[in-house]
Design a binder for this molecule. Structure first.
Ligand code: ADP
Ligand code: MG
Length: 245
């Protein structure tokens, strides 16, 4: 894929998805430049995961357009399958392969087993502070360590975009902020464009460059965390942000 210099890394235009006659995602538009973390924030059931699945390509929109680096990957005339989108995914259940070592898990998405693969795996394990666990198996690791392996695995092939769906919700509450900060450091270091789904305002405030506030399938407000917190669009948004712990 060639890239146009001024194109955002990810651009979503007027996305719509209907289930059983109900629009679950309606007129959703946004863009994310390389190196930015955008949080799609909203209550359970508002359409966040559906939006992510459309971008990943595991589900098709009823209308709208998705472009990566200015090239359409999904519109009326084009549809690039998920495995050719160069989009990384990370979900709540890290789904590490139990029969593969930590190093093998991280190498999974890389082509071939040569020196480049070994170097990339080594580099990422160092960044997530797991070099000494390279030959361990997932069951021997703590939840936080498994999460870091999953992050390294998702980043290994240098995806153009990383989609993260509630990636911290399976973790012990007391560990989450530390892991959020570490994750953010690594994401910034790698320069990936990230769309992170969460229902926790606190998480979005802590991690996002930009927040997209979603409600009933629509984006009702967007902006820097500070702006959404200080100038909520309506009472419901104010109540939502007032829960921050
Ligand atoms: P969120 O991730 O914000 O919690 P989802 O995107 O998972 O919300 O779901 C939004 C709405 O769409 C929910 O009401 C859910 O029940 C509905 N939904 C999601 N996937 C399907 C599907 N495959 N078929 C029918 N309804 C669905
Ligand atoms: Mg969801």
């Amino acid at each position: 894929m060639s890239s146009t210099p001024l194109s955002p890394r990810l651009e979503v235009q007027n996305l719509r998805r209907v289930f059983d006659g109900q629009a679950v995602v309606e007129d959703v538009s946004f863009s994310i430049p390389a190196g930015q973390v955008t949080c799609l924030l909203g209550p359970s059931g508002c359409g966040k995961s559906t939006t992510l699945r459309l971008i990943a390509g595991v589900d098709r929109p009823d209308a709208g357009r998705i472009c990566v680096d200015g090239m359409p990957i999904c519109d009326e005339t084009s549809y690039v399958p998920p495995e050719r989108r160069a989009i990384g995914l990370m979900f709540q259940d890290f789904a590490l392969f139990p029969h593969l070592s930590v190093a093998e898990n991280v190498a999974f998405g890389l082509k071939g087993g040569g020196a480049n693969t070994r170097a990339r795996v080594g580099e990422l394990l160092e960044k997530v502070h797991l070099s000494r666990h390279a030959q361990s198996y997932p069951h021997a690791l703590s939840g936080g360590e498994q999460q870091r392996v999953a992050l390294a695995r998702a980043l290994a092939p240098r995806p153009r975009i990383l989609l993260m769906d509630e990636p911290f919700s399976g973790l012990d509450e007391r560990l989450r902020d530390g892991i959020r900060d570490e994750t953010l450091g690594l994401l910034k270091d790698e320069g990936t464009a990230v769309l992170l789904v969460t229902h926790e305002p606190h998480e979005a405030m802590r991690m996002a460059d930009e927040i997209l506030l979603m409600r009933a399938g629509r984006i009702v407000q967007r902006g820097a965390p500070y702006n959404l917190y200080n100038a909520p669009v309506d009472r419901a948004a104010a109540a939502f942000f007032s829960d921050i712990n």
